[in-house]
Structure formats: structure tokens, C-alpha cells
Unconditional design. Structure first.
Length: 389
């Protein structure tokens, strides 16, 4: 019996379609599953109290500084100190030629002797005239003139004594002494130089550098924030003069001795918007020199209700704002805008933007973005990430 070709072709075609559909189903069933959610390391944060330290720049200045200047005119005969050496208060530093002032003193003393002799003569004359004027042997006018001359002679004695005192002072000024104990600077004059009192010729400078002042610069905004926190009770600040200060030198090495906070100025510099904060440091070895640039860390007290977040967990957006990624209870990643208060060790101090129990991503930030689902694992201690307390 002959084969029906169209029917056979149709059957073969249907069979091919069924076979192709079966193969497609097998391929669909064997397709790979979607990738698992990326894994990230998180730190669970809780609010607490954190010591607050202010990092401020500043410069050193001497505890006492005296400019030694000429107080009389004259020629410098000699210099009696070694430049850069330690000097005592009252130690002679320069000797100005005293001869003219010694002569002035001798002249004033002679004037005093003359005034005293004149006074004694006139005093005796008044004593002689007193009984005579009562007997009308001497006119009243002559007696009054004698009394006036005696009183004038007495005034001349006072003037002569004052002149002697001035002459002695000027003679004393020829021996130029140090007003304070400290270390001497460079001599500004040499032997034979002429110095003048009218221009107050600078001779040298003496500075006491143990202890040493450190004048720090603090922004007025920062000062306002500290006072506001102290008033609200959020900041338990140290008492005046009790806050400790640590110092970092110009070569980035820490200064071994601690200082004390002295005071904060009450005037804001209108050009910089900053106030001066002064600290005092012991300087027995003379390590600190006047004019050195330093950085100081002031113990400002403890600030409460803040979070500590490891530095890798905080990033900054294009506008400079601080942000962090947190993993919610549903595993979704969300972005939080933060307000920072500074640093403590390797952690950021976060003032607002986080809640108690938030899980902040500190590793794997590049794997996720806000809205993604992530698998969160608590960061281990050996990851050098300290959890916030």
C-alpha cells in the first residue's frame, strides 16, 4: 500500500516540534540560580560617653620676656654676660660710662650742702630778728623778708635732695641689669656703642622659658559648641586650669610632659573668627623654644549620647557630608547622613544620624549600594575594628 507523503511529513514535523520543546524545557530547568546576596562586615553601635579631645594648632611663647633697654645716654664700656647664657634677676649685663652721672651726683650733693649752709644762716637771722621786732628795733618788713628767705632756703634743701636722688638713679642706670631670671638673647650693641634713653635703645632680651606658655587657636564656633554642651549637661567638662593638654612637636614627636589649661580669651579675632586658648607646660630641659609651631590635644571632658564608628564605616559624599551604610533587620542596605564630632582613636564620634543597635557596614562597602540586600556578619576583633560603646 503506498505511503501518504503529506501525512508523513506532517507527523514528522510535529514530532520534531515536540522534541524541540522538550529540549527547551530541559535547558530552562538547568538555568543557574541567581547569585547570593553579597556578604559585608558590620559593627553594631550603641550610644555612650566618649572622652572629647580638641586638636588645636598653636605657638610657644615665653613665660616671662623682658626687653633690656638703655635708660640713660652714654657709651657702652663692656658687656658682662655671654649671649644665650642663663642670667639671674639683678645681674649686670652692660656697663654704660658712669663718669658724667657721677659728676652730676657730686654737683647735686654740693648744691645740697650750699642750701643747708644758707638755711642755717637765714634761720639764725630770723631768730635774732624775733625779739628786735617786738621792741620795734627792726621793722616788721625786714623780719618778714628774713622769714621768707629762710623758708626759701629750706625749699632749696628739698630741691637739692631731689636732685641727688635723680642723680643717683641715673648713675644706677649706667649698670644695666636683668629685670628677670631667664636666658639671654643676642646682644644688640657692642662695646663702644652709643645708646640713648630718648629712643630706648634695645640692648638685649631675656626670656624665662621654664615653664613655657603655648597659645592655641580655637574657632569661635567650636567654643560655642563646647559651652552649649556644657550648659546642657551633655559635656562633663574639666574645671578651669585642670584640663590636661598633650603636645605634639614640629617633628611630629610627642612632648613627654603634660600641660595645664590656663584660660580662654574672651575676644574673638574679627579677621580669623578665632579665640586664643593658653596652656602652660613645664620645660626643664629647654626643649620648647619661643615661637615653635606645635599641635595640642586638650582634654575637654566626656561627651554623652554619641556613637563610635570605625573610620572605614564613614564616607563622604560629593558635598563633603559624612554618610554611612547600615543593614536593616530585613537585610536591606540604607544610607544615613551623619553629623560628626571628631575622632577618638581610630573611630569617628557620631553625634546624630544613627540609632541604638544600627549595624554599620565597615567592610565590603564597594559590594553594595542603598536598596540592595546584603548578608551581614559582625566584624571580628582581629579586623582591627573596635565596636562602638
Amino acid at each position: 500500500m503506498p505511503v501518504n507523503t503529506p501525512r508523513a511529513f506532517l507527523a514528522a514535523t510535529c514530532g520534531g516540534l515536540v522534541l524541540a520543546a522538550g529540549l527547551a524545557g530541559r535547558k530552562s530547568a538547568a538555568a543557574p540560580a541567581p547569585p547570593p546576596a553579597p556578604q559585608v562586615s558590620v559593627v553594631t553601635v550603641h550610644p555612650g560617653s566618649v572622652p572629647l579631645a580638641l586638636e588645636l594648632p598653636g605657638r610657644t611663647s615665653p613665660y616671662l620676656a623682658a626687653q633690656v633697654r638703655a635708660r640713660v645716654d652714654g657709651i657702652i664700656l663692656r658687656r658682662d654676660f655671654a649671649e644665650g647664657s642663663a642670667v639671674k634677676a639683678g645681674q649686670r649685663l652692660f656697663q654704660i660710662d658712669p663718669a658724667p652721672y657721677a659728676a652730676q651726683l657730686a654737683s647735686a650733693e654740693a648744691a645740697l650742702a650750699k642750701a643747708q649752709a644758707n638755711f642755717e644762716s637765714l634761720k639764725a637771722q630770723v631768730e635774732r630778728y624775733a625779739p628786735l621786732v617786738a621792741a620795734n628795733a627792726v621793722s616788721r618788713q625786714d623780719y618778714d623778708n628774713a622769714v621768707a628767705a629762710r623758708d626759701q632756703a629750706e625749699a632749696d634743701i628739698a630741691t637739692a635732695r631731689a636732685a641727688i636722688q635723680v642723680a643717683r638713679i641715673n648713675l644706677g642706670y649706667t649698670a644695666v641689669t636683668s629685670p628677670i631670671a631667664g636666658r639671654s638673647g643676642i646682644s644688640q650693641v657692642t662695646q663702644g656703642a652709643y645708646v640713648q634713653a630718648s629712643t630706648a635703645t634695645l640692648l638685649t632680651t631675656v626670656q624665662q622659658i621654664d615653664p613655657m606658655y603655648v597659645d592655641l587657636t580655637q574657632s569661635s564656633v567650636q567654643g560655642l559648641q563646647l559651652r552649649r554642651d556644657a550648659a546642657s549637661g551633655r559635656l562633663a567638662a574639666s574645671g578651669p586650669g585642670q584640663a590636661t593638654v598633650s603636645l605634639t612637636l614640629e617633628d611630629a614627636r610627642p612632648y613627654p610632659l603634660k600641660g595645664k589649661l590656663q584660660f580662654s580669651d574672651i575676644t574673638v579675632d574679627p579677621t580669623t573668627g578665632a579665640v586664643t586658648v593658653r596652656a602652660i607646660f613645664p620645660n626643664p630641659d629647654g626643649t620648647l623654644l619661643p615661637g615653635m609651631f606645635v599641635r595640642a590635644s586638650i582634654d575637654a571632658g566626656n561627651v554623652a549620647n554619641v556613637f563610635r564608628v570605625p573610620q572605614p564605616g564613614v564616607t563622604h559624599d560629593a558635598k563633603g557630608g559624612a554618610t554611612a551604610l547600615v543593614v536593616g533587620a530585613d537585610g536591606k542596605v540604607a544610607s544615613r547622613a551623619l553629623q560628626l564630632r571628631g575622632t577618638y582613636g581610630t573611630d569617628w564620634i557620631v553625634e546624630s544620624g544613627l540609632q541604638d543597635g544600627d549595624r554599620v557596614i565597615v567592610a565590603g562597602l564597594q559590594k553594595v549600594k542603598p536598596g540592595d540586600v546584603a548578608q551581614a556578619a559582625e566584624a571580628k576583633a582581629d579586623d582591627n575594628l573596635a565596636s562602638a560603646r
